[in-house]
Unconditional design. Structure first.
Length: 183
């Protein structure tokens, strides 16, 4: 069984002002897409860079999550510091993920240009920042999913299996590991 990290970044949800809807939205997507047995490690933290960094480090270094997805804190507001926290803990930034999410989101909402979503790696973990709006979570994951499984394997993570509901993912024909494809 693999463990996937889910981190919701929200001042109000972390204080109990309202229920987190974004973290459960990520779980729901995983439940429909993954056939590999999985469980999640969930964290709900305020929009504070040290708290976000600590959650990401713990999930990558101690729990060993091959995939850590954050939701929230990617806008231009002063307290939106998820990208800064992600950059601080990552070994490498993978800018194509953020570029693709913004490109797809711009087709639905013109303010998507304000998003600062990004992705990077820490050791064997792929960390991806998603927007905080539950409706945008699947849209953004669907946009980048073709590259996610192969990236996880390139980082030394596990081979993941998927249902027919998952977007088709891509693996270069020159890759030396078993071919990834959706049945």
């Amino acid at each position: 069984m693999i463990t996937l990290g889910i981190v919701t970044i929200s001042d109000r949800a972390s204080r109990g002002v309202y229920d987190d809807k974004s973290g459960p939205a990520i779980r729901e997507v995983y439940a429909r897409w993954l056939t590999t047995p999985w469980q999640d490690e969930y964290r709900l933290v305020p929009d504070e860079q040290p708290a976000i960094e600590a959650a990401l480090r713990e999930l990558a270094d101690e729990v060993g999550c091959p995939l850590i997805v954050t939701t929230g804190g990617t806008g231009p507001a002063p307290r939106d510091v998820t990208p800064e926290a992600t950059m601080a803990v990552c070994d490498r930034i993978l800018p194509g993920f953020g570029e693709q999410m913004r490109a797809v989101s711009l087709q639905s909402v013109p303010t998507a240009i304000l998003s600062r979503q990004l992705a990077g790696s820490r050791g064997k973990s792929l960390i991806i920042n998603l927007p905080g709006k539950p409706a945008a979570i699947e849209e953004c994951l669907r946009a980048i999913w073709p590259a996610v499984p192969y990236c996880i394997e390139l980082l030394g993570g596990p081979h993941l299996a998927f249902s027919d509901a998952a977007p088709r993912h891509h693996r270069p024909s020159s890759a030396s590991s078993p071919q990834l494809s959706t049945p």
